[in-house]
Design a protein around this ligand. Structure first.
Ligand code: AMP
Length: 422
């Protein structure tokens, strides 16, 4: 029997994992430059955290959660997203006592029982930020600018930024009533799920991908036309801050996103080069979420991006990413007699952060050279009994083929000098 990875999951093999590490490192640099600090929350939470946080009538909670009972009879869920756990931690760890806003970032796997397709998986990776405690529209703009600037920093050029405002509690009920009426009039043209949504949670009508529902919802009244004065002003200021930084955007009134917690600003960034799953990141403001979790009224704003989709977009745009492999020096060993000396040299070089390796497969000298070249080593050092005896070794530059002799006693210094310069 041959085992296979579970449906919707994949192994991130070394070449891709190395690129991901680069993407994560760049994200960390930029997130920190914008004042965000890391947080690591558990991969599973009490199921209620997501039911409450994301909303029990959303697709995620209704259909997509990996929920299980543990041996103690507790209902637990593998996290489908990162915001609800961060908010749970903010309240549980009394982060409202810290200077506000509390700005946090996270990176890690998320789990959703979705139908797998290109760019959509059951285990996928997200990087995200949350700024909790401020309702300043400058924070909304900061979140959007951070995500756009990150994508640009890793080399993406073809991006579309969609923004919308979903208003707040004061303008929602008025709008929901209008939307219900409209959807009710068009009930027959909506799919069965959407017919249920009319009563249950009419905003979710905008999530449906059914052709006929899309047509109906395309003509539906839009929340953005029902904003009260405060929300309109907030959105205007967000747009102004974006424009000040030269950021172009498209207002997309249907952008309600698949989670119930959003208020005011929402946004999504799309790569037109991707197929059906073209959203590489998105987020928005969630001013009611902390309260919903039993905390004091506290506004918040954040985003999440999908690492797999980002990597696909990078591939599609043909952006090259440094591999960051540390294949500096290969020590080719002529025979077993010199192996102990080679091993000593190996650790001496590694201790100076020179990426060094030897052959562990008993290869001939010729085969060792071939393997070193395939693995992309920059230099090969030849070590045989004669070299040991006279204390001088030959170093080959694997790219140019040039050879040079260096004293064995100066080798470590020689390579650590080169590596410091690059
Ligand atoms: P969301 O939490 O739904 O707003 O998703 C944020 C980002 O995560 C999306 O823009 C995608 O890039 C990524 N994402 C969401 N769901 C999946 C999935 N099933 N597979 C891969 N990436 C996903």
């Amino acid at each position: 029997m041959q085992f296979r990875a579970p449906k919707g999951t994949t192994d991130i093999l070394s070449d891709i994992a190395t690129k991901w590490q680069y993407l994560e490192r760049k994200a960390t640099e930029l997130f920190k430059a914008y004042g965000y600090k890391p947080i690591i929350t558990p991969i599973f939470e009490n199921t209620e955290v997501f039911q409450r946080g994301i909303g029990s009538s959303t697709d995620i909670v209704q259909k997509e959660m990996y929920t299980f009972e543990d041996k103690g009879g507790r209902s637990l869920t593998l996290r489908p997203e990162g915001t609800a756990p961060v908010i749970r931690a903010y309240i549980e760890r009394n982060m409202n006592q810290l200077p506000q806003p509390v700005k946090l970032y996270y990176m890690g796997p998320m789990f959703r029982y979705e139908r797998p397709q290109a760019g959509r998986y059951r285990q996928f990776w997200q990087m995200g930020v949350e700024a909790i405690g401020s309702d300043d529209p400058a924070i909304d703009a900061e979140s959007i600018l951070l995500l756009m600037n990150y994508f640009k920093a890793v080399g993406l050029k073809e991006l579309i930024l969609y923004i919308n405002s979903m208003g707040c509690e004061s303008d929602r009920p008025k709008y929901i009533q209008v939307l219900r009426e409209y959807a009710g009039e068009n009930r027959k043209r909506l799919c069965r799920d959407c017919q249920k949504r009319i009563e249950l949670n009419p905003l979710r009508l905008f999530d449906c991908k059914d052709e006929s529902c899309l047509v109906v919802m395309g003509d539906a009244p839009k929340l953005i036309d029902y904003l009260d004065e405060g929300c309109r002003r907030h959105f205007g200021t967000v747009k102004h801050y974006l424009e000040m930084q030269g950021m172009t955007y498209i207002i997309k009134p249907e952008l309600v996103r698949g989670l119930d917690y959003y208020t005011k600003t929402t946004f999504e960034i799309v790569s037109p080069l991707l197929g059906a799953q073209n959203a590489i990141g998105g987020g928005g403001r969630y001013d009611r979420l902390v309260e919903e979790f039993g905390g004091p009224p506290t506004p918040g704003m954040g985003f999440a991006l999908g690492t797999e989709r980002l990597a696909i977009a990078i591939e599609e745009e043909g952006v090259s990413i440094p591999t960051e492999d540390k294949n500096d020096v290969f020590i080719a060993v002529a025979d077993d007699v010199v192996k102990p000396a080679a091993i000593n040299l190996l650790y001496a070089l590694r201790s100076r952060s020179v990426g060094t390796d030897v052959d562990y497969m008993g290869r001939s000298l010729k085969a060792q050279l071939r393997a070193a070249s395939r693995r992309g080593f920059r230099y090969t050092v030849f070590l045989g009994s004669q070299e040991l005896e006279i204390g001088i070794v030959a170093i080959r530059d694997m790219e140019s083929g040039e050879q040079q002799e260096v004293k064995l006693s100066e080798l470590v210094q020689y390579f650590s000098g080169i590596m410091e310069r690059v």
